[in-house]
Design a protein around this ligand. Structure first.
Ligand SMILES: NC(=O)c1ccc[n+]([C@@H]2O[C@H](COP(=O)([O-])OP(=O)(O)OC[C@H]3O[C@@H](n4cnc5c(N)ncnc54)[C@H](O)[C@@H]3O)[C@@H](O)[C@H]2O)c1
Length: 376
């Protein structure tokens, strides 16, 4: 039976979520909510569902399986805590937009409360719900990458001095860490998805001269060096419309291992695999000249619309809840979102302290009932 969903927060992203639920066979969009009456009414009319102007009323009047929170707020996460906690308190499963919060203590509390209430808490870490990411994971799972050596990730909207205008939106204006907190959950989620937990973080950050001249405090250039638990090393470069990235476009990740390397370009578009010389199906080293590498294998999806990630990620959440997967197996869980925020706060600390090495705060233990104890 389809899961009954209510969406809270109905501007650009909330409406996108509502459309995804309405189009997904695993969901039934039954209600929508925004504190701004007109927004709630418009979305309600479009989907033929009741409009609510407070989550409390929606929870009282509707039998919901899932509350989908798209409320944004300061640094794009400041208004997530209240509706998420309210929905968890009512025993509902929750999907929340990223960042899970702009406040690390609140994020920890949200994850702990979902565990206490024994409900699903997922986050819209949508960037790895793509065909290129699936292809890359397959290379890893098939042993074609081998032991990981490095991860290089670049993510940031194209721009430069001629497209700059000081952000006036209340969620961003005056917040030096707007970009860091609102955005880095995405690239950190990608690095962790492919390479596992990060144990060490070192960051340098800054602003281009045109932001400084405009008195814009946003720390929009982020250069972050990391070490993974596996021993692999990684580098993340992120920026917000200050420059335009070259090869790989606005979003590229490259993971190199002892047997092969993959590179994803433009998030949804392309995955290329570069086999190491002498590895499965690749040219033997003696057939290659100095500096030559075996032929890469290119998978081009033909997709360039990043929007394609939303229905795919939302469907995965609906699938996991429908299938009642063990809580620790939920894809892009609240705990996964918390990890990205712990790394973000570690990067801020490193930057503020002049580039010191910071160990991110440990994640909560995974509560996992071993199979032999289940049902006893
Ligand atoms: N995953 C992605 O790729 C992606 C992309 C862009 C934005 N986002 C995230 O989506 C979220 C929403 O973004 P947006 O641009 O639509 O936000 P927005 O600030 O434009 O809109 C938020 C809406 O929530 C409503 N709201 C706030 N608190 C509420 C409450 N307690 N109850 C009911 N309604 C409430 C506001 O009235 C507003 O209409 C942000 O967290 C942002 O970071 C995610």
């Amino acid at each position: 039976m389809a899961l009954k969903v209510g969406v809270v927060g109905l501007r650009g992203i909330g409406n996108r979520h509502a459309d995804c639920h309405a189009a997904d066979a695993l969901a039934e969009l039954v209600a929508v909510c925004d504190i701004v009456k007109q927004r709630a009414d418009e979305t309600a009319k479009k989907h033929g569902v009741p409009a609510y102007y407070s989550l409390k009323d929606m929870l009282q009047n509707e039998e919901l399986d899932i509350v989908d929170v798209c409320t944004g707020g300061p640094e794009n996460g400041g208004w997530h805590y209240e509706p998420v906690m309210e929905a968890l308190d009512a025993g509902r499963n929750v999907l929340v937009e990223k960042p899970i919060s702009n406040d690390i203590e609140k994020a920890r509390e949200m994850v702990a409360y979902a565990q206490e209430k024994d409900v699903y808490l997922g986050c819209n870490l949508n960037h790895y719900f793509t065909e290129p990411a699936r292809q890359a994971r397959k290379y890893m799972d098939d042993g074609r990458v081998g032991e990981q050596i490095y991860c290089l990730h670049r993510m940031g909207f194209p721009g430069g001095v001629s497209t700059y205008s000081p952000g006036a939106a209340p969620n961003a204006k005056g917040f030096p860490y707007f970009h860091v907190k609102a955005f880095l959950s995405h690239p950190f989620s990608i690095m962790r998805y492919f390479c596992g937990d990060i144990t060490h973080v070192q960051a340098f950050m800054g602003r281009p001269s045109f932001r400084i001249a405009a008195g814009d405090p946003m720390v929009s250039v982020n250069s972050i060096h990391v070490r993974f638990q596996s021993g692999a090393v990684g580098y993340l470069f992120s920026q917000r419309g200050d420059t335009t990235m070259g090869l790989g476009g606005w979003w590229s990740v490259e993971v190199g291992g002892t047997k092969g390397t993959f590179c994803i370009e433009n998030c949804v578009e392309k995955c290329t695999f570069f086999p190491a010389p002498g590895s499965e199906g690749a040219a033997q080293p003696e057939k290659l000249g100095l500096g030559q590498a075996p032929e890469p294998v290119v998978h081009n999806t033909g997709e360039t619309d990043f929007g394609a990630t939303f229905p795919q990620r939302i469907h995965a959440f609906l699938e996991d809840v429908t299938d009642r997967v063990p809580k620790h197996e939920l894809r892009a869980s609240g705990r996964d979102a918390l990890a990205t925020l712990e790394y973000t706060f570690a990067a801020i600390e490193s930057y503020e302290e002049g580039g010191i090495l910071v160990r991110p705060f440990p994640l909560p233990l995974v509560e996992h009932i071993p199979a032999e104890r289940e049902g006893t």
